[in-house]
Design a protein around this ligand. Structure first.
Ligand code: ADP
Length: 542
């Protein structure tokens, strides 16, 4: 006979009952706060009572626009454990995407951080269709220009203390939802059931994936609006580790001080963050003696950065690959025990790859044109297909995308990879037409369409160029319309009306024509080959 369903309830139970004295530290805009898992449990219960009183019931969707802090962490538990669904919205998106995503998910209630996220909410409010209440994740609420009830998070908790009766849930019930902007067209929702989250968090905990231990002090830097902070808030709670949440837009100095003061041993985030921290450490008389490991993913971890962390600071970087569709961690690169005889260069060559598929997943590598699997010889490249308990089988309400991006139960990742004889994945290119800068997506198609909407532009193609810090930056190739003499600076200004600053192309290169493929599409591959020129990255005044 089967045991009970796989849900997130035992995660909270275990931390609250077996590790009630362990700490959770949180940086908010008011400063550093700390409490124990025991207090966390009380607050999660109070939050569930409060949400219940606001009409959140089973099946409701609660959207969050928040950074990494204890209140958001409490919502990670209260919402799914009540039988509602936690929809984490990326606070760095354009207003247009934020509005689309909240409406598409039809969020019933929003939990919003003070500051930038509240300002975003006010700007898009008139176009939002579903939220019936807003809770500001703070001690008090600003005067908000919205036409529903607005509550201060701390007032709600104070008014609703007491135990909540967590229901028995079905493991197939959706617990969370994240949107990916990673491919062309509108962002797509991915729903995670309790069972998927249980499986992923358990997998993340194991030594085969992220190896989270009770004695670790875990600081998830990857945002909580980014694939649930790669599931650390679940894995670290279940294992009973001390957790440190670094708050809104943490800079390198903040991260280093939290690591030092709180004794952080394990942390995680995109390469840009750790490149910034390395620069900071180079420039200041600081060190990070407690830190043992950083999980780096979202974009390829540069080998030189991995080496410097280990050689100079004794910190091992575990390079990981994953997607919103795989609930984050889909592979991690560590040498196998059988590789003990390899020299340091050979080991780094392995670790700089995206590594071995996480336990519970299966993969194949397919040559799209030939429709055949490619051999695992470290050279033949093809698209990576994955499937398994933690891989979604469909996007939320997107039948067309589902037909394109899934095949016979496999997710077509859009990543072009080689796999070597030891099974190590190496991402060598991307079939999907997008740019990933500082760990966040920029849609080349949206920029192109906007540019081609300018009267002086006949054609425009946007591609990624390599960038030391951001990993990729967009560069536009534009053909001026006859008789026009528009400049790159003017086009950037034009785009700035609709896109966040970090989306704007670093350079606009004017060309006679954009190269095309045999079928008449922009030949991005050829353009990308041309973009190896470092001068293409824009420098102000140049
Ligand atoms: P996340 O940024 O959390 O990995 P997304 O769904 O936003 O999730 O992005 C997934 C995509 O990011 C992958 O399909 C791949 O193109 C890219 N990516 C993720 N990790 C790596 C990595 N370690 N190396 C290269 N590309 C990566």
């Amino acid at each position: 006979m089967a045991g009970s369903d796989l849900t997130l309830r035992p995660f909270l139970w275990r931390a609250a009952n077996l590790f009630p004295e362990k700490e959770v530290v949180s940086r908010t805009h008011r400063g550093r706060e700390r409490y124990t898992y025991g207090a966390f449990d009380d607050r999660v219960n109070a939050l569930a009572n409060a949400l219940d009183a606001l009409g959140v019931g089973p099946g409701a969707r609660v959207g969050t626009l928040g950074w990494n802090h204890h209140r958001h962490f409490e919502a990670y538990y209260a919402v799914p454990l009540m039988g509602a669904q936690l929809h984490t919205v990326n606070v760095q998106l354009s207003d247009d995407h934020t509005e689309y995503i909240v409406n598409d998910a039809a969020d019933d209630l929003l939990l919003v951080d003070p500051g930038g996220p509240v300002e975003t909410l006010e700007r898009v409010w008139d176009d939002l269709e579903s939220p019936r209440a807003v809770v500001v994740m703070d001690e008090e609420t600003p005067a908000l220009d919205v036409d529903v009830s607005v509550h201060a998070y701390e007032d709600l908790l104070a008014d609703h203390a007491g135990a909540y009766g967590w229901p028995d849930l079905d493991e197939s019930q959706p617990a969370a939802m994240c949107y990916t902007s990673g491919t062309t067209g509108r962002p797509k929702g991915v729903e995670y059931t309790h069972k998927m989250m249980y499986a992923h968090a358990m997998m993340v905990m194991t030594p085969a994936a992220l190896d989270v231990a009770e004695g670790d002090v875990v600081m998830p830097v990857v945002p909580m609006f980014h694939v649930n902070s790669w599931e650390f808030p679940f894995a670290a709670t279940m294992i009973g580790a001390k957790q440190v949440y670094p708050g809104p837009s943490p800079d390198a100095e903040t991260l280093v001080s939290l690591i030092r003061d709180e004794g952080v041993t394990l942390t995680a985030g995109v390469p840009t963050v750790w490149i910034n921290v390395l620069d900071y450490l180079d420039e200041h008389d600081e060190s990070v003696p407690s830190l043992e490991r950083i999980v780096v993913g979202g974009s390829a971890a540069p080998e030189a950065v991995m080496r410097r962390y280990e050689d100079e600071y004794g910190v091992v970087i575990d390079h990981a690959w994953g997607m919103t569709e795989t609930m984050s961690i889909g592979s991690v690169s560590r040498p196998k025990s059988t590789m003990a005889g390899l020299d340091s260069d050979e080991i780094y060559a392995k670790r700089a790859k995206q590594g071995l598929l996480s336990p519970g997943l299966e993969m194949k590598v397919v040559d799209a044109e030939a429709g055949e699997r490619v051999p695992w010889d470290g050279e033949s490249a093809g698209e990576l297909y994955v499937r398994g308990a933690t891989v979604t089988r469909a996007y939320y309400d997107r039948p067309e995308a589902n037909a394109e991006e899934f095949e016979d139960g496999w997710l077509k990742t859009g990543d072009i990879v080689t796999v070597d004889g030891d099974g190590y994945i190496d991402v060598v290119d991307r079939a999907k037409d997008v740019i990933k800068s500082g760990g966040e997506w920029i849609s080349s198609i949206e920029l192109e369409n906007a540019l081609m909407g300018h009267d002086a532009v006949a054609e425009a193609a946007v591609v990624a160029v390599d960038h030391a810090k951001w990993r990729e930056r967009p560069v536009a190739y534009a053909v001026r319309a006859a008789g026009e003499d528009v400049t790159g600076a003017k086009l950037r200004e034009f785009l700035a009306d609709d896109f966040p600053t970090w989306w704007l192309p670093d350079n606009v290169v004017f060309v006679e024509s954009v190269p095309k493929t045999a079928t008449g599409k922009f030949d991005k591959k050829r353009l990308r080959e041309e973009t190896d020129d470092p001068d293409l990255v824009w420098t102000p005044g140049k």
